[in-house]
Design a protein around this ligand. Structure first.
Ligand SMILES: [Zn+2]
Length: 255
């Protein structure tokens, strides 16, 4: 490299970093359903499109849909009941609730824009109120726009680390700070979804304390040498139980 060109590199690096920050400021918006200010760079229509497009492929990874129409419609009806009795009804999302055939993997998740899935392995351990808690939690991820927010986060950190590697060969360090931030934010998503799940349970007439039993079931399913996916991406159940109790007290006080 020519001498003096390091000045240009630093300048370009700073410009990239500045660009990332300006873009992030422009992407700030308040979520009308949770009241939280978020950084998001896609529209609700894009979220819906991503969810619809990826749903079949994601379902295939869990052995497809569980082949019992009666159970499928039970899950679907319960999910829709939660939507209709809550603020979820007013959102532009296309909710859709599916039971997955996988009898080994304890998991539940939501795709952006509305598709919600629960595996048979988890479903078979839950009563109706507990299933309402799990589905309510997943509806919370959709309303909270958590996937879209994480995509915006990771775009931001990618740009910052590009700037850092161009300007100062520090891309690796910035990248690991970014990874850490993404993980922490992921845990906050879970806590927000737990709270929304508890609220939706109350609004549909379910006992919100059943959500605590869900956490205990997840904890027990952890076992000594096997961490279920639902748990590995989720914060510690004991931690969540405390927060759930606080949320129940708060929501009950509002009634
Ligand atoms: Zn979750």
């Amino acid at each position: 490299m020519r001498r003096g060109s390091w000045k240009i590199r630093i300048f370009i690096g700073l410009a990239i970093v500045a660009f990332a920050f300006v873009q992030r400021c422009n992407n700030k918006e308040e979520n009308p359903y949770t009241g939280r200010v978020q950084n998001i760079n896609m529209s609700t229509e894009q979220e819906v499109a991503i969810g619809l497009q990826s749903a079949p492929e994601v379902a295939q990874q869990y052995g497809g849909l569980y082949p019992d129409e009666r159970l499928q419609s039970f899950v679907d009806q319960l999910g829709n009941k939660l939507v209709n009795n809550s603020i979820a009804r007013e959102t532009p999302y296309k909710y859709d609730f599916h039971l997955l055939a996988d009898e080994q993997t304890i998991n539940a998740f939501a795709l952006p824009g509305g598709p919600v899935f629960v595996t048979y392995a988890l479903f078979s351990q839950l009563n109706e109120a507990q299933l309402a808690g799990v589905l309510g939690h997943e509806i919370g991820h959709v309303i909270g726009r958590h996937s879209a927010e994480r995509i915006a986060d990771s775009n931001f950190w990618q740009t910052i680390s590009m700037g850092a590697s161009v300007g100062a060969d520090a891309g690796g360090i910035v990248n690991s700070i970014g990874q850490n931030t993404l993980l922490t934010n992921g845990r906050d998503d879970e806590l927000e979804s737990d709270e929304l799940g508890v609220l939706f349970m109350i609004q549909s007439g379910y006992d919100p304390y059943e959500m605590i039993k869900v956490m205990e079931i997840l904890k027990a399913a952890g076992g000594p040498n096997r961490v279920p996916e639902f748990q590995s991406t989720h914060p510690d159940p004991d931690n969540r139980i405390e927060r759930i109790k606080e949320a129940i007290d708060r929501f009950k006080g509002q009634q």
